[in-house]
Design a protein around this ligand. Structure first.
Ligand SMILES: [Zn+2]
Length: 244
């Protein structure tokens, strides 16, 4: 299993790209989120033709802003000329997503297929409904492959649910890495405030994303993903096994 972030910024950090990642998982490449900047970045990196499945955390623009464009591009312009496939964590999220897609692609079923995530072994959806924005559906995801476990928070004000789920799964002798959104502003009520996840550093390797490193306060002990080139698409030329 290998994760490479396409962008690591938040909604307004246009220079860093919106947070999105490519996950190479059990022989499949999964795109996690497709925000405003993601389609452009995938095209620039010549990676748009390499994606097997898509996972969505929630429907903010910085997570789905270029999803419709990517779906249309996959169908009509890629060499494979195949429909993109979205892995959906629940029936209600599928309905919600279809309602969203219908606005930009009325015939969306011609360009995208959907697979129930439960058919996909090794991925656990963490239902974070209302824990990013009140009354807004959202999901985090936990991926397990061999001795590696990766948790991906999505946007999440309250980080405890991810760690509670990890505790409940009781991953003994596994290498668990948590990729979590983070904010350094105590008045931010929609993203995780860094002091809230400091206690989990004792037990877990945590990497923070969805932020601008220039805002990093001196007393923050949580590693920033942007400081780890091995997790960034821009530093991994081996990802280009296909091109378009
Ligand atoms: Zn969001």
């Amino acid at each position: 299993m290998q994760i490479n972030f396409i962008g690591t910024g938040g909604a307004f950090d246009f220079q860093l790209g919106n947070s999105a990642a490519l996950l190479d998982f059990r022989g499949h490449r999964i795109l996690i989120d497709c925000g405003n900047s993601t389609y452009k970045q995938l095209r620039e990196a010549r990676l748009a033709d390499t994606i097997d499945h898509i996972l969505i955390t929630h429907l903010h623009d910085d997570h789905v802003g270029s999803l419709s464009t990517f779906l249309l591009h996959s169908k009509y312009f890629l060499k494979a000329s195949r429909k993109a496939n979205i892995l959906v964590p629940s029936k209600s999220f599928l309905d919600y997503l279809c309602e969203f897609l219908r606005f930009s692609i009325p015939n969306y079923k011609d360009v995208v297929t959907f697979t129930d995530l439960s058919e996909f072994e090794g991925i656990t959806a963490v239902d974070t409904y209302g824990l990013h924005i009140p009354e807004m559906p959202s999901f985090g995801y936990i991926f397990e492959d061999g001795e590696d476990v990766y948790a991906y928070s999505g946007d999440l004000r309250d980080p405890h649910i991810i760690f509670q789920t990890l505790e409940a799964q009781n991953y003994v002798n596994k290498k668990v890495k948590v990729f979590h959104d983070l904010n350094f502003d105590p008045n931010d009520s929609v993203h995780c405030y860094y002091k809230e996840i400091i206690p989990y550093l004792e037990k877990y390797k945590i990497y923070a994303y969805h932020l601008d490193p220039r805002d990093n306060p001196e007393d923050n002990p949580i590693p920033l993903l942007a400081d780890f080139p091995e997790y960034l698409v821009a530093n991994n030329p081996n990802l280009h096994f296909n091109s378009n």
